[in-house]
Each structure stands twice: as C-alpha cells, then as structure tokens.
Ligand binder design. Structure first.
Ligand code: TXA
Ligand code: MG
Length: 380
C-alpha cells in the first residue's frame, strides 16, 4: 500500500501526462485541418485538365507546382502580394531573396520590366529557354517579389503547358524552385511531393526536367554579369551582346564584406542530408577510393558520384554515374535527383569527382560546390 504522498505524486504525474497528450492531440488535429490533398496531374495524359487546373490556381491565388525545362517551380500570381507572401512562407525562404517572374512572351515581359536593346536581342535568341534577365522593374510588381530591389528577374520558360497557363490566365507567375529552402532543387514531380505534400493543392507533372539545373541569371545594364551560371553559357551570351562578365562568387563562397548582387548567393543551397565531399586533382580516383574505404571502416554508408569514364575504377564500391566527361552538360541532368536518391537510400557520405568548371561544366560545379559546402580535397 503506497503512502498517500506517493499516490498524490502519481496523480500529478498522470495528470501532467494526460494534459500533454491532449495538447499533442489538439496540435495534430490543427495540423491535419491545415493540410490539404495535393493532386498530381500528369500533363502527358491529362493535358487540358492540367492547364485548366493551373489557370484556376493562378486566378484563385493558390500556389501550384509547375514543370519547366530547368527545375520545377512553386508558382503563384506575381501581382498578388498575399500570394507572394505564401510562396515565401511555404518554401521557408528568407524574405530578402527575390523571385523570378515567368512570362509567356516578350509583350508580357514589357508589362512588368523595362527592356533594353540587349534584353530584346537576348529574348529573341534564347526565349523560351533557360535564361533569366535582371531588368528594371515596373511599378505593378509588388516589392515583396523583388525583395525591395529596383530590378526584377524575368524569364520565359520552355514548357508549352506552362506558357499556355500564363497566356490564358494573363497572369505572370512568380516561381522559385519548388524545394524547401536549402534542399536540392526538384527535377521530378515526386521531388516536389516529397517537400510539399499536403501544403499545396496541385502539382503539374511534366516528367523529368530536361536541363536539370536552374536558368542562367544575367544582370543587364552597364556591365552585363552572370550571377548564376546555367546551360546558356558566357560564350553563347557574348555572341549576342558582346562582353559578359562573371560574378566572382560563382565558384567561391561569400565573404562577410562582399558586395551581394544576387541575394540568393549568400544562402546555403542544394544540400542533401548526407555529407558531401568533392575531390579534385590528377590523383582524384585514388583519393576517392581511400576516403571511401576510410569512412566505410568508420561505419559510414558511402556512395561515389563518378563519370561514365571512371566508374569502373571504383568497383566494387557503391557508385552512381552522373555524366559523360566528353559532354559536360550531362552532369547537370541527374545531379539533384542523385542527391535526393542518396538521401532516400540513407547514404551518409557522398564523395564526388570534380569536373572542369568551364562552359557547360560551370553550372554543375557552381551547384556541386555549394552542395559540398565548398569542402574540396585536392589530390595532386
Ligand atoms: O530555372 C530557374 O530559374 C527556376 C525555374 C523554376 O524557373 N527558378 C529558380 O528560382 O531557380 P530561385 O528562386 O530558386 O532562384 C532565383 C535566383 C536567386 O538566386 C535570386 O537571388 C536571384 O535569382 N534573383 C531574383 N531576382 C533578382 C534580382 N532582382 N537581382 C538579382 N538576383 C535576383
Ligand atoms: Mg532555388
């Protein structure tokens, strides 16, 4: 028979426990109520339905995911301040990182920005396509879109159904990449679902993105400068408008006193849960094998990201081929998918080869270095 005070103590304990359980039940009830069904519409099978649903979301101020040739976007009406706020909160994006506005043609771009002679020439050459132009913004663009900057980022994506949604609704769509802030960008509808299931009503599934990394971001004006490299290279841009500069942060981390031309540069990006190490230099294959074996002995689950030409050297270790060294552009295509797949397979260490940071290889290296938090080992 317990003493009365012991009983009392037990009573308090049960009461506290019950109250906690009640709180948890109530909280999950509210979370459930806030959640919604996320519908996925495959655009190949249900094209018209997908376009209608997209138009409806755009008009009703709902967020929805769109496929583009680069990566999937989390889209909403660019002219509606409330909608823009919800893009930032849903994505968990810092408010000082501005959004790209997607248009269906040059005429719509003219309604939101001032286009220079260079802008017209580039749009003529590369739109629809993976090129974003930073242009002086017109007053109709809410300050939340541009994070208070006087410029706005504009792009015409190369995705027929999305262009149709913008054209028919007459609504320019603000759309950052459709991933939770900091995570690898989505190149498949299932990646978007992984990050936003229950938080957005609609995902338009356009299959795997053909490019696989985000658009080239070009600042126009007196000194045209690439702020983010993509599949449209410096050479291709120079062929149209003459000298184009490269921002110095493309391959280097930001330092505290650096001028930030594109706010996106200062944030952590493309990070999987696994620890990523990049290995560069003539002896990289030997170094990668050594690192892999060391970490495996420590009990870490490892995978190597290699090229078509080098994968055989790593046998029998876990290895994923990212691309073909003869065609650097291929490395970008599977990169984000490979990062997400490595997380799903519960790998703890990704050890990857560097590639030349030139031409189409630059876009890949810009993302890969950030995924690796600039952890690079030089194997001479
Ligand atoms: O391919 C793409 O560009 C994809 C698809 C969905 O279109 N979108 C995309 O958006 O990558 P996001 O939000 O993930 O990246 C936009 C980048 C950020 O680095 C941002 O800082 C920069 O563009 N940006 C946007 N507006 C800017 C401005 N006015 N001045 C300088 N940089 C700007
Ligand atoms: Mg992004």
């Amino acid at each position: 028979m317990p003493w009365p005070w012991q009983n009392e103590q037990r009573c308090w304990k049960t009461l506290r426990q019950e109250m906690n359980e009640k709180k948890v039940r109530e909280a999950s009830f509210f979370v459930e109520r806030m959640k919604m069904d996320t519908e996925i519409i495959n655009l190949q099978q249900r094209r018209e339905e997908g376009i209608c649903a997209g138009i409806q979301c755009a008009k009703q101020g709902e967020l929805f995911a769109i496929p583009t040739e680069t990566v999937y976007g989390l889209a909403g009406n660019a002219l509606n301040e409330q909608v823009i706020h919800s893009i930032f909160t849903t994505k968990g994006r810092p408010a000082d990182n501005p959004l790209i506005v997607h248009v269906c043609d040059v005429a719509m771009a003219e309604t939101i920005a001032d286009l220079s002679k260079e802008a017209y020439a580039l749009a003529e050459q590369f739109w629809p396509g993976p090129l974003t132009l930073i242009l002086p913004a017109k007053a109709c663009i809410p300050a939340v879109v541009t994070a208070g900057l006087s410029t706005v980022a504009v792009r015409m994506p190369n995705q027929k159904e999305v262009l149709e949604i913008i054209r028919q609704s007459k609504i320019p769509l603000a759309a950052p990449s459709a991933n939770k802030s900091g995570r690898p960008s989505p190149t498949k509808a299932e990646h978007v679902l992984d990050d936003f299931a229950g938080e957005i009503p609609l995902i338009l599934d356009g299959g795997m993105c053909s490019v696989g990394v985000e658009s080239t971001v070009l600042l126009l004006g007196e000194r045209p400068t690439i702020l983010r490299p993509g599949n449209i290279t410096q050479d291709a841009l120079q062929d149209v408008i003459g000298t184009v500069h490269m921002d110095e942060h493309i391959l280097h981390p930001m330092q505290t006193n650096d001028v930030i031309r594109s706010p996106g540069m200062k944030y952590k990006h493309y990070a999987p849960k696994a620890n990523v190490t990049m290995v560069d230099g003539a002896n990289k294959i030997e170094k990668i094998k050594q690192l892999y074996d060391e970490k495996t002995r420590e009990g870490r689950a490892c995978v190597i990201f290699s090229s078509l030409q080098t994968s055989d050297f790593y046998q029998p270790r876990n290895c994923v081929i990212l691309g073909d060294n003869e065609r650097l552009v291929t490395f970008s295509h599977h990169f984000y998918d490979a990062l997400r797949s490595a997380d799903k397979a519960k790998y703890q260490e990704i050890i990857m080869e560097s590639i030349p940071a030139q031409a189409e290889g630059l876009a890949f290296m810009n993302r890969a270095l950030r995924a690796a938090s600039f952890q690079v080992i030089l194997a001479k």
